[in-house]
Ligand binder design. Structure first.
Ligand SMILES: [Mn+2]
Length: 268
């Protein structure tokens, strides 16, 4: 049985990178649908593909087929590209089959709240990052994903659910946590300044919904909702809008074995 929401947001799928988990997303989309589906950037990892670090597997093609098929059951699919699929930004205002490409978007919920939909990489420019530590952080993150895949391979053999090492470590490493908190602060401040009720973004691979009063003195009393979709590399999360207009965070934690069986069933 599938769940239908008013709207659904996913980001940071990184299709084409070695760390992408397209079969999990295909599994999720088979059971979760919406009137409007938003692809909030870094759907393709053109960076990895252009640097020769990519890999395009059968499941990636399967997922692409699924997305285009989704268009016939979904009135609207809006794709807001991110920094890893930045070349797609030049398609803003155009259609790619059933998918409408936009640089950013405003979504109005059923209870009349206006949300700014953006990938969020621009918020990073307001954060001072030491380029050396950024590079090390990036490298160790990808190494961690590799170790994580190995751990989960063994967990799946014992029918244990998916577990995220990167998330576990990220939340404990002080510098990473501070950077992500800063990102959220910048996003909230900018959202309040632009007069939105909230923002729905991705980019930092940390899912969450947070309600916050902006610290900005110019708009002191404006409460802003910050929602981050997370990713489909290791947290397997999505933001959805319920019929009431409320936003919710979904975690898709299936055992890899089930995901694999389902993918094979779709392919058959
Ligand atoms: Mn990004």
């Amino acid at each position: 049985m599938s769940n239908r929401y008013r709207a659904l947001w996913i980001s940071d799928v990184h299709l084409g990178s070695r760390d992408s988990e397209p079969q999990r997303l295909a599994d999720f989309l088979a059971q979760n649908t919406a009137d409007t589906v938003y692809l909030v950037g870094d759907i393709f990892d053109m960076k990895a593909l252009s640097q020769g670090k990519g890999s395009w597997c059968h499941a990636s093609s399967l997922l692409l087929g699924m997305l285009s098929e989704l268009g016939s059951n979904t009135p609207e699919i809006i794709y807001v590209p991110g920094n890893h699929d930045a070349p797609m930004r030049s398609w803003a205002g155009k259609h790619l089959g059933n998918i409408r490409v936009e640089r950013e978007w405003t979504h109005t919920t059923n209870d009349g709240k206006r949300y700014w939909v953006t990938h969020g990489d621009q918020f990073e420019h307001h954060i001072e990052i030491n380029p050396v530590s950024y590079h090390i952080g990036d490298q160790s993150y990808y190494l961690m994903l590799r170790i994580n895949r190995w751990i989960n391979y063994w967990r799946s053999r014992f029918d244990k659910p998916w577990w995220s090492l990167a998330n576990h470590v990220k939340n404990r490493v002080h510098a990473a946590r501070r950077m992500m908190n800063k990102f959220e602060e910048v996003a909230i401040r900018e959202t309040a300044r632009r007069g939105f009720d909230g923002v729905i973004c991705g980019h930092i691979h940390r899912a969450g919904i947070r309600h916050s009063a902006s610290k900005d003195s110019a708009c002191k009393d404006s409460a802003v909702t910050y929602a981050n979709c997370g990713d489909w590399v290791d947290s397997m999360t999505a933001i959805v809008e319920e019929k009431s207009g409320a936003l919710n965070l979904l975690h898709w934690h299936r055992t890899p074995k089930i995901a694999r069986i389902m993918t094979e069933a779709v392919a058959a």
